[in-house]
Write a protein that binds this ligand. Structure first.
Ligand code: NAD
Length: 274
């Protein structure tokens, strides 16, 4: 089987570029979905405290028998827990639910700028990292000004910024800031929550490569250098979304997808989620 490529983060850790996302995966579906993903070959799982499924993720991991060091697990600090003591307690609770001694990556889920407490949260994440509870630390949904502030006021530069990014919402300005600061870009809702699958250009490329629209989009993310974790609870789609390691899009076709941007934000705006 072709190996999933890895991306080296600014702290030297390596992250599998293709993972499995579990937002909105119910208590009922979480164990079968993650088990299926692990069986197919995914080794990177992206969850969050607010998804309410860390216990199921942990159970599927334990049941798989896959050695811990072969897995890459991300979880996220919820918005209500940015203050120091709450953040430490939340990290401990996530580890307990996951049944793990450490996660690979711990993120601030949203900056919640109206509360102006994300720098305190960042300092708590630095402490959580120094305790060994997480290998790497990063942020999610941070805008340029928030990134620059944590870089200036913190002592660790975030390893990643996990942002909404898909063919109709390419976020080129924010990706440029991530790159300038040495922060890797993780693309959430990589398929545009399925909206981008019906785009005409994507459909045409799928036909010409004899692949599915989802495979073309995921391949585009990989060739752009983004870290990506499409979500599905359907076994055949979990397999389909992993079947992207044995073909390449041409440079011209990557550029054709780059040109699909319409500023089509689907999820919440980071300035407004508080
Ligand atoms: P996505 O872009 O991965 O789309 C998922 C939806 O697309 C599925 O529910 C399914 O309906 C459809 N789909 C998936 N594979 C398909 C296929 N092969 N063919 C046809 N349809 C298919 O959306 P997402 O779940 O929003 O994002 C992926 C992950 O990103 C999440 O699970 C989560 O881990 C992460 N995420 C993070 C944040 C954040 O604030 N940090 C926000 C949203 C999502």
């Amino acid at each position: 089987m072709t190996q999933v490529p890895t991306v080296t983060l600014n702290d030297g850790a390596r992250i599998p570029q293709l993972g499995f996302g579990v937002w909105q995966v119910s208590t009922e579906d979480i164990i079968p979905a993650v088990s299926k993903a692990l069986e197919v070959g995914y080794r990177h799982i992206d969850t969050a405290a607010i998804y309410g499924n860390e216990e199921g993720v942990g159970r599927a991991i334990a049941d798989s028998g896959i050695p811990r060091e072969e897995l890459y697990v991300t979880t996220k600090l919820w918005n209500a827990n940015h203050r120091h003591d709450a953040a430490i307690a939340a990290a401990q609770e996530s580890l307990d639910k996951l049944g793990l001694d450490y996660v690979d990556l711990y993120l601030i889920h949203w900056p919640t700028p109206a509360k102006n407490d994300y720098v305190e949260a960042w300092q708590a994440l630095e402490e959580i990292q120094s305790k060994g509870w997480t290998r790497s630390i990063g942020v999610s949904n941070f805008q340029q000004n928030q990134l620059r502030r944590v870089v200036a006021e913190g002592s660790v530069v975030p390893a990643v910024n996990q942002i909404e990014l898909h063919p109709t919402f390419t976020q080129t300005a924010l990706v440029a800031v991530n790159n300038e600061l040495g922060i890797k870009t993780e693309a959430w809702s990589p398929l545009g929550q399925s909206e981008d699958l019906t785009n005409e250009t994507i459909a045409g490329l799928a036909k010409s490569y004899d692949r599915t629209p989802a495979q073309v989009i995921i391949r585009w993310h990989l060739q752009k250098g983004y870290i990506v974790f499409p979500k599905s609870v359907t076994a055949s789609r979990i397999e389909e979304n992993f079947g992207v390691l044995d073909f390449d899009l041409s440079g011209a076709d990557v550029a054709a997808i780059d040109a699909l941007d319409q500023g089509n934000r689907i999820g919440g705006h980071p300035d407004e989620v508080n």
